[in-house]
Each structure stands twice: as structure tokens, then as C-alpha cells.
Design a protein around this ligand. Structure first.
Ligand code: GTP
Length: 397
């Protein structure tokens, strides 16, 4: 093979190589636009909005308006990303909680009805009536009085129509529960101070903080402006708990960052702030305390005194846990002496079969039950309504 032939062969090989490289590059370029690759790109883009969707769902971790309720624009405390809830309206709450109260486990009315509907009441039946009342925490004195009244009522022995016996029992129970006292909160009465102050007191764990939060919602639902004071500086989480309640409905909470700070100074600050901001209400939460700890009880007196440097303390609500029964009575008396109690909040009535405490606490303290807690839901706090309560304990007709 001569030199020219070799050069020609090399040239041909180079040309072939260049053509092959060109084809490979062209194929690769086309490959990038293949339907499969296009699908991947589209999927990649569609994944973006779906992640955004997940983020929107993720707002569930932040405060949300309860189902069926609208969010309000942020007005006071919360950051712009937080929605402010609109608490349930008073009328809707009353209807819902009346139905709930009617279903609450208070079997003593039904037990009494069963005994009193018998044809002949023996001595042991009357003892059963009294036992039933005592077990329901009606208290010894009130139980005895009710039994005496029932025994001397001719209708009990003469009347065997169940509807008539029920009506008679309803009348007697209502007379025991409804002593004619005004149960409205002082803050809701005409001529109330502004800001009107409510101090929450009680032993540990009765539901003071929860009730303070629910109460704030109740006033917000009625269009009032509220400030809360976290004077429970003893339990580390109490101020955070109150702040969570407040932030959901745009209620500012005055607190100390220091655990164990002087509760009276927090209460003083809160009163100052409520006054400066011309709020309608100041709700002060205090630490749970045992009624036999004299220094803690003195502290309550001090809280009251310092608040009164700025504002009159119109209402002191003693929060009692309905499930603790007659123990609550001892507490109630000591608190009434230490700070002066204007009303009772009976919490956890949803979980108690001992509604009779309503009767004993009112009798022995001369203070009305103003509110009842009927659950852990944010709007499960209701004004106490004697008729619904008695209908609840007697059960449906
Ligand atoms: N079922 C039911 N639970 C309630 C009610 N009120 C409060 N609770 C619950 O009772 C528990 C104690 O409530 P808190 O508000 O922390 O009690 P507290 O009195 O502030 O507690 P201390 O500050 O430790 O004295 C919580 O689990 C509440 O959810 C109610 O009406 N019904």
C-alpha cells in the first residue's frame, strides 16, 4: 500500500469517527426531550404545589378557629401568622351546654324518683332517700330538710301518678338549688367598674387557669376587651397555659418571665395595664393553694390589696372541682374567710355524679354558684341555670 492510500484510509477513519460522535451527541440531545424525561419534569413541577398544599395543612399546628367558626383579624397580641378565633356566641353555648348538662351523670334525681314512685313508702325507703341525697353531696342538713318536707307532703304518699311525683320532686329540688340569689357576674351588671376585676382562687388543679381562659373567651364573644394577669407564678407552665388561651382570642396576658416571682407584683402590673388600656375586664389567675397554708392564704389577701391600689376588686370566683365532693366545702369556707368570695365556679360537672355540692356550697357559704365547667373544650363554660340543672339530675321525662 502506498503512502497516499494510507493517508486516505486514516482520513476516512477520522471522518467516520467524527460522524459517530455527531450521531451520539444528537441522540443525547433528543434523549433530553424524550416523553419520559418530559414526564419527570412535569412531575417535578407538580410536586411543588402539592408541597405547598401540605404547608397550608401544616397551619393546623397554629391556633385555628373551631369548625364552623370564622377567624377574626388579629387585633391585639398574636403575630400576623396566628389566626384569632371567634369564640362561640353566648346563645349557641347556652343551647349546647344545656343539652350537655341534661346528659351529665347525675343519677341521684332518678334514684329519688324511683323510690318516691313506690306504692307504699316504708321507713327503710325514707332512709334510702336520705342516703341517696347524702351520696350526691347534698349535705346532711339539706338532706334532712328535704326528707322532712317530702314526708310531710301529702302528695308523696297519696299521689302515685309518676308525672305528678316527678313534678313535685322537681319543685322541691328547684327550691333547694335556686335560693333566689343573683347569679350574674358583677362585671355584667349595670354600673360595673371599668375595668371590672375578677380574681380566680382555689386549691390545686381545680381548673382556675382553664376557667380564666374560658371566661376571657366568654367576654370576648360578648364584644368586651379583656386583659389577663398570670399571678400563678408558682407553677411554671401556668403563665404559658394562660398565654395560649389569651393568644387564641387576642387577649393580652401580663406575666413575669421569672418563675417564683412575687404574684402580687404581677397582679399590680396587670391592674395597671388593664387600667391604662381601658379594658372592660381584668381576669387574674392565682396559684392553687391548700386552704391550711396560712402564708399562702395571706398572699391572696396581698394580691387583692395591691390590685385595689389601681382598681376595685369586684369579683372573687372560687373554683371548686365538683368531683371532690364535700371536701370542697371545707376549702370554700377557708377561702371565703381569707379573701371574700363572691361566686363559685363548679368545674368538671361533666364528670361528676355528685351535683348535690351545688346545694351544700350555696347553703353554707351564702354565695351563689355562678358558672359551671362542663368539659375541657374552650367554650365548655356556662352560666349556672338552676332549672336546667334540676332537669339534668331528674333526667328526661
Ligand atoms: N372535664 C373537665 N375538665 C376540666 C374542667 N375544667 C378544667 N378541667 C381540667 O382540669 C385540669 C386542671 O386544670 P387547670 O386549669 O390547670 O387547674 P388549675 O386550678 O389552674 O391548677 P393549679 O394552677 O395547679 O392549681 C386540666 O386538665 C383541665 O383541662 C371541666 O369543666 N371539665
Amino acid at each position: 500500500m502506498n503512502t497516499y492510500a494510507i493517508i486516505a484510509l486514516v482520513c476516512a477513519a477520522v471522518v467516520l469517527l467524527l460522524v459517530a460522535v455527531g450521531v451520539v451527541i444528537a441522540l443525547r440531545k433528543r434523549g433530553k426531550h424524550s416523553p419520559h424525561a418530559e414526564q419527570e419534569r412535569v412531575d417535578g413541577q407538580s410536586a411543588q404545589p402539592s408541597r405547598q398544599g401540605a404547608d397550608e395543612g401544616g397551619h393546623g399546628a397554629q391556633p385555628r378557629a373551631p369548625a364552623g367558626q370564622a377567624s377574626r383579624p388579629d387585633q391585639t397580641g398574636p403575630s400576623p401568622s396566628q389566626s384569632v378565633e371567634e369564640p362561640e356566641s353566648s346563645s349557641s353555648r347556652m343551647t349546647r351546654l344545656r343539652a350537655k348538662l341534661a346528659k351529665s351523670p347525675n343519677p341521684f334525681g332518678k334514684a329519688l324518683f324511683t323510690i318516691l314512685s313506690k306504692d307504699h313508702l316504708s321507713e327503710s325507703d325514707w332512709e334510702d332517700v336520705e342516703d341517696t341525697l347524702l351520696r350526691a353531696d347534698v349535705g346532711a342538713e339539706a338532706s334532712e330538710q328535704l326528707v322532712d318536707e317530702l314526708r310531710s307532703d301529702a302528695r308523696v304518699n297519696g299521689e302515685k301518678d309518676p308525672a305528678a311525683v316527678r313534678a313535685m320532686l322537681r319543685e322541691k329540688l328547684l327550691a333547694m338549688v335556686d335560693n333566689g340569689q343573683d347569679r350574674s357576674l358583677l362585671a355584667s351588671r349595670p354600673g360595673a367598674a371599668k375595668p371590672s376585676v375578677i380574681v380566680m382562687v382555689g386549691v390545686n388543679g381545680t381548673g382556675k387557669t382553664t376557667t380564666a381562659g374560658k371566661l376571657a373567651r366568654l367576654f370576648v364573644a360578648d364584644g368586651k376587651s379583656v386583659v389577663m394577669g398570670a399571678a400563678d407564678t408558682f407553677r411554671a407552665a401556668a403563665a404559658d397555659q394562660l398565654e395560649t388561651w389569651g393568644s387564641k382570642v387576642g387577649v393580652p396576658v401580663v406575666r413575669s418571665e421569672r418563675e417564683g416571682a412575687d404574684p402580687a407584683s404581677v397582679a399590680f402590673e396587670a391592674a395597671q395595664q388593664a387600667k391604662d388600656s381601658q379594658a372592660d375586664l381584668l381576669i387574674v389567675d392565682t396559684a392553687g393553694r391548700l386552704q391550711n397554708k396560712a402564708n399562702l392564704m395571706d398572699e391572696l389577701g396581698k394580691i387583692r390589696r395591691v390590685v385595689e391600689k389601681n382598681l376595685p376588686v369586684e369579683e372573687v370566683l372560687l373554683v371548686l372541682d365538683a368531683t371532690t365532693g364535700q371536701n370542697g366545702m371545707v376549702q370554700a369556707k377557708v377561702f371565703a374567710q381569707a379573701i371574700g368570695v363572691t361566686g363559685i365556679v363548679l368545674t368538671k360537672l361533666d364528670g361528676s355524679a355528685k351535683g348535690g355540692i351545688v346545694v351544700s356550697v350555696q347553703r353554707e357559704l351564702g354565695v351563689p354558684v355562678k358558672l359551671v365547667g362542663l368539659g375541657e373544650g374552650p367554650d365548655d363554660l356556662s352560666a349556672f341555670d338552676p332549672e336546667s340543672f334540676v332537669d339534668g339530675i331528674l333526667g328526661a321525662e
